[in-house]
Design a protein around this ligand. Structure first.
Ligand SMILES: Nc1ncnc2c1ncn2[C@@H]1O[C@H](COP(=O)(O)OP(=O)(O)OP(=O)(O)O)[C@@H](O)[C@H]1O
Length: 636
């Protein structure tokens, strides 16, 4: 698996750090020596030689002896066994409780997150040492009970760190892509989230282990752990402290290994963290925070002129009155449209108009913790809104998704072959060997040169254009009937953009797949689309076949966008722009949302919400004065 390739790479980089090498060497030596104590130690840990009391190091006793003439090396090594066991017990509980809850809270969010965070806060507020002492008073001398308790009480730090990391990873596009491709939550967690958290978990575990070493030694020092004469690290320090005035040397074998072990664990944690930071590039898709809370824009009683209220039974995808809120604020309102089998529909508009949220809303993947609050999304006769089963069935095999940036749509931890083969096997139920063959076919189909060599690479080893081809191959793995492509060329060089558009065009003609493409670019609409939907401030403002829309736009916003098309720019003349900016969702006006930027706006535009009207067959506009546009002959 790819992860096994990533881990040695991480381990190799880690071992380039001297601090990590020394720490690992110490910990391995200590563990091996403790476990092999019966083979290494020349004396039993309880053997007394009263002729050799408080002796300094010698050939017979390399670390000297204690006040009863017992060999310190032997007691140190035998004492390591309960110490390591105690740390392992606390660590196991810490991992199960802390990592488990952190992962689940971050991934599921909502009330699970809320509840887990509260539990974490509660545990954090409890005085761990006092509770451990109480447990020991109930179970005297039971170090196991004490360390298990400490594992639970120490878990809030792990919960917090993992929760916030998982929250971040959950927003990554490749996780959305995995969900779109039909993976269950458990599969996504295991294959896409956990590998990204491994280094975080190891760092936290190393730091926690350092503290656990101190705690178990402290309990031994207080005589609350292993009972004398059984050897323990804490007991050794206690013995040394009693003879400190007569034999200060004894503190060295008693204390130094303890201190070195704690330092080694901390240093290892730091080294893993630093190495992991080098390893993972920061996500290019930083999750933005929720939109500021209301004032909520007025809810429109949306008229869907020209689009029947009922979903179109002939359409492959029929969206009706789709309304999406993020942070309680509507960001897409009353959007209705159809995509017919084999058709390409372009969704156009400036940044922030709601194109991506609409596309992701169809798939039930609203970003920023938002949700579809109203409307219907009927795909192939099945309403997907509020139907996790329906969504799970269509994702990947019915509807596939290609994101803006190919690098964030692919999981960095897996090779191209691993990612594609997994999708093929899941959707087509093929054998491993058949899946591998199909992957090579898919890569050839999307124009990847030398498919076997590309299949062996990781996403970071691909150029942008190649990565986008791979992402399209991944989307096609389940033989979907609708491809949703969200600005699939935005992150690419101009020359590569053209290649990808040509590829989409070819695939569309060859496979008959329907495409919903989100774009800023009229060139994309002209090249690929049959029809176009123009969005402004969360609403559809115009819908038409591509040619009539280009020739005779019926909304001033469409006209403005066409005039501002950089492809039409004349050298030496400034680029035409639409003055002003798209209002943010919380500032949407009551009337026409484009009025503040519109040269045709009149009082009636600002007075009340403007409904979509159907001025002619197969055309919709949300403009009260579209006739003026026609009269004035507004053109691109
Ligand atoms: N993760 C998020 N958190 C909060 N608000 C968001 C988030 N994603 C989108 N929004 C808001 O939803 C609205 C619509 O955004 P959307 O991304 O759909 O616009 P867009 O037209 O696709 O823009 P672009 O072309 O830049 O992607 C915007 O006001 C945006 O601020």
């Amino acid at each position: 698996m790819t992860t096994t390739k990533t881990r040695p790479a991480l381990a190799r980089r880690l071992l380039r750090r001297p601090s990590a090498v020394i720490a690992v060497a110490w910990l391995v030596t200590l563990t091996a020596a403790s476990l092999g104590a019966p083979l290494i130690a020349a004396h039993g840990p309880l053997d007394q030689d009263l002729t050799q009391v408080l002796a300094l190091p010698s050939a017979a006793h390399p670390l000297g002896t204690d006040s009863l003439g017992r060999d310190l090396l032997s007691r140190l090594l035998y004492g390591g066994q309960p110490a390591l066991l105690a740390v392992a017990e606390a660590l196991a509980v810490h991992l199960v409780v802390g990592a488990g809850l952190g992962l689940v809270a971050g991934y599921l969010g909502g009330w699970v997150d809320h509840l887990t965070t509260r539990i974490g806060d509660l545990l954090f507020a409890l005085p761990a040492i006092v509770i451990v002492l109480v447990v020991l008073s109930v179970f005297p001398g039971n170090l196991h009970a004490a360390m298990v308790t400490f594992g639970v009480l120490g878990s809030p730090s792990m919960i917090r760190v993992l929760r916030s990391r998982t929250l971040g990873i959950r927003q990554e596009m490749y996780v959305a892509a995995a969900r779109v491709s039909g993976l269950s939550d458990a599969q996504i967690l295991r294959r896409h989230v956990l590998p990204r958290l491994t280094s975080t978990v190891i760092v936290q575990a190393a730091l926690f282990s350092g503290v656990a070493v101190i705690i178990q030694a402290g309990l031994g020092f207080l005589g609350l752990g292993a009972q004398p004469p059984a050897p323990s690290w804490g007991g050794l320090v206690a013995d040394a402290s009693q003879v400190i005035d007569r034999d200060p040397w004894m503190l060295v074998p008693a204390g130094v290994p303890l201190v070195l072990t704690v330092i080694a664990l901390m240093a290892l944690g730091d080294a893993i963290r630093d190495t992991a930071v080098e390893n993972w590039s920061v996500s290019k898709l930083a999750a933005s925070g929720p939109v500021a809370p209301p004032p909520v824009a007025e809810e429109m009683a949306e008229e869907t002129a020209g689009t029947s209220r009922a979903p179109d039974p002939d359409a492959l995808l029929s969206v009706r009155d789709l309304t999406v809120e993020i942070g309680g604020v509507p960001v897409v309102q009353g959007v209705s449209f159809d995509v017919m089998p084999g058709e390409t529909l372009g969704v156009v508009g400036e940044s922030g108009c709601g194109k991506s949220v609409t596309a992701l809303g169809v798939l039930g993947l609203v970003p920023g913790g938002g949700r579809v609050v109203r409307g219907r999304v009927v795909f192939d006769g099945v309403d997907l809104v509020g139907s996790p089963e329906g969504l799970a069935r269509v994702r990947g095999s019915g509807i596939a998704y290609v994101s803006q940036d190919p690098m964030v749509g692919l999981d960095p931890t897996f090779t191209v072959m691993a990612q594609l083969a997994e999708a093929v096997r899941r959707h087509l139920g093929t054998t491993r060997e058949q899946a591998r063959e199909r992957v090579l076919e898919l890569l050839a189909m999307v124009g990847v040169p030398d498919p076997p060599s590309v299949a062996r690479r990781h996403p970071h080893q691909l150029s942008g254009g190649l990565a986008q081809r791979v992402l399209i191959a991944l989307a096609l793995a389940g033989r979907p009937r609708l491809l949703i492509a969200d600005e699939p060329t935005t992150a690419l060089d101009v020359s590569v953009q053209k290649e990808i558009l040509t590829l989409l065009h070819t695939l569309q003609r060859r496979t008959g797949i329907a495409v919903l493409i989100v774009t800023h670019d009229w060139g994309v609409v002209a090249t690929l689309c049959h029809r176009s939907l123009v969005m402004y401030a969360g609403q559809v403002v115009e819908q038409a076949d591509v040619e009539p829309m280009f020739v005779r736009p019926l909304h001033p916003y469409t006209a403005g966008l066409l005039a501002a098309n950089p492809h039409q720019a004349v050298s030496g003349h400034p680029l035409v722009t639409i003055p002003g900016a798209v209002p943010p969702p919380r500032d949407w006006p009551v009337g026409c949302r484009f009025a503040a930027r519109c040269p045709h706006a009149a009082d009636d535009c600002r007075a009340a919400p403007v409904a979509l009207v159907q001025p002619e067959q197969a055309r919709l506009t949300r403009c009260l004065h579209f006739e003026e546009l026609v009269d004035e002959g507004v053109r691109r």
